[in-house]
Write a protein that binds this ligand. Structure first.
Ligand code: URA
Ligand code: SF4
Length: 184
């Protein structure tokens, strides 16, 4: 289905039962932002806090992400934040191929409606679906140009929380956004 607006898409995400994850979720977590936010961030799947509030990246990883975005000179109001899978997998396990496939349509539609200047794929799971399996140690900071969007490959904030020595590398990756996105 082709959506006319992000609002309509969010409404469908909220009531979606297209995969098994709807059974264990508390709230689905639609992407957050506006059509004129030309930078998209894509995480893996909601965690416990996101599941409770229905807001993407509102927990610890989210705080790091938002602070880092600001550190490279981009405002919260310029970004659209979403996830590959919109409902929390039980015990934060990786979403299955099947769940990813069921949910991916929403992300494709978010990208189609927004027409971002750049889409930042956070972590291996989000990267694998839009591109291929990568070794982030070697491929972080890489830019991939595709028909629907330009993608920046980088680490997931949870990986940075686990290994804080990576933070400056991560910030350097995020700085690349500014090469492709100029504020109007
Ligand atoms: N991790 C994600 O990948 N997404 C969220 O929304 C929160 C944590
Ligand atoms: Fe629907 Fe995606 Fe939630 Fe599965 S994870 S129920 S496909 S919104």
């Amino acid at each position: 289905m082709r959506y006319k607006s992000l609002e309509k898409l969010s409404e469908d995400v909220i009531k979606c039962k297209k995969c098994e994850l709807y059974k264990s979720r508390n709230k689905s977590v639609p992407g957050r932002g506006k059509k004129d936010n030309k930078i998209i961030f894509v995480g893996e799947a909601p965690g416990a806090e996101e599941d409770e509030k229905g807001i993407p990246f509102c927990g610890r990883g989210g705080k790091l992400l938002r602070n880092s975005i600001r550190e490279v000179g981009i405002e919260d109001t310029e970004v659209y934040i979403t996830n590959l899978v919109k409902c929390r997998p039980p015990k934060n396990r990786r979403p299955t191929e099947e769940e990813i496939e069921s949910c991916n349509k929403y992300l494709q539609e978010e990208i189609r409606l927004i027409k971002p200047k750049i889409t930042v794929l956070l972590g291996k799971t989000a990267i694998k679906k839009q591109h291929e399996d990568v070794l982030l140690k070697e491929q972080h900071g890489k830019i991939i140009n595709k028909k629907e969007s330009r993608y920046l490959l980088t680490y997931h904030p949870a990986a940075i929380l686990r290994n804080q020595t990576k933070i400056s590398t991560w910030i350097d990756d995020l700085k690349l956004i500014k090469k492709y996105y100029k504020k109007k």
